[in-house]
Design a protein around this ligand. Structure first.
Ligand SMILES: C[S@@+](CC[C@H](N)C(=O)[O-])C[C@H]1O[C@@H](n2cnc3c(N)ncnc32)[C@H](O)[C@@H]1O
Length: 217
């Protein structure tokens, strides 16, 4: 399989041979980011507050983070974006991505070039903390308003879609906080419920009938 693939909405994605998965839906990388993480997550949360703490599981290509940064500027938000990535992509991979052209920005490079393990002010709207660590090993005293749960699919990473892992995330999420994800499989929804989330199914995007927003109660 080629490392680079152009998805149906014109945005690039990468293929991971280790996980035998693409980093995004091949039916539309940007459609997925926009629907799951921005519309169901960020836009819903910004109705309540303008300073928002986000935890992302899987920094990957940086597309979710980049679109979040652009939304923060557009909507005059302050975002504290913490993102976990045990397997950062290479500099060569970064040059393959067409997000700066598609989104008319030069900020993807900045997101990738910031140091790991430090909080960096990208601009007054977006503070980025990249952590080169797995979710299983991650610990913090911080609490989050919104979790972008963007691990590879359960078929390749079953260990990340368990009630135990979701309980860990519930503990890191404030009451009323959201977790959004592209996966709406019934055992994933059951695991979220068992971990203390109220699970909502929402209309998905091209190639995905339903996606999930879970609310910590
Ligand atoms: C579906 S891709 C996410 C794409 C990313 N959000 C983006 O916008 O490109 C899954 C990501 O999770 C990362 N990952 C794999 N195992 C992980 C773990 N145990 N904890 C956190 N992230 C993990 C992968 O390396 C990959 O970058």
């Amino acid at each position: 399989m080629e490392r680079l693939r152009l998805t149906d909405d014109g945005f690039a994605t990468l293929y991971s041979p280790e996980f035998n998965q693409h980093y995004h839906s091949v039916r539309g990388a940007m459609d997925e980011t926009q629907r799951v993480y921005i519309e169901l997550g960020l836009w819903a949360k910004m109705q309540e507050k303008t300073e928002i703490h986000i935890l992302e599981i899987g920094f990957g290509t940086g597309l979710n983070a980049l679109v979040t940064l652009l939304e923060a500027q557009k909507n005059n938000l302050i975002i504290h974006h913490t993102t976990l990535e045990p397997f950062p992509i290479s500099d060569t991979d970064i040059t393959l991505l067409n997000y700066e052209d598609e989104l008319k920005t030069d900020l993807l490079q900045a997101l990738h070039q910031t140091k790991w393990e430090e909080t960096v002010e990208i601009n007054p709207h977006f503070f980025l903390t990249k952590k080169q660590i797995s979710l299983q090993d991650f610990n913090t005293d911080n609490r989050f308003d919104l979790v972008y749960f963007d691990a590879f699919a359960p078929v390749s990473q079953p260990e990340l879609w368990t009630e135990e892992i979701f309980r860990k995330i519930a503990d890191l999420t404030i009451e009323g906080g959201f977790l959004t994800t592209y996966c709406s499989k019934s055992d994933v929804r059951r695991a979220l419920q068992g971990a203390g989330f109220k699970v909502e199914k929402h209309q998905g995007m091209r190639g995905k009938r339903e996606v999930v927003r879970a609310i910590k109660y």
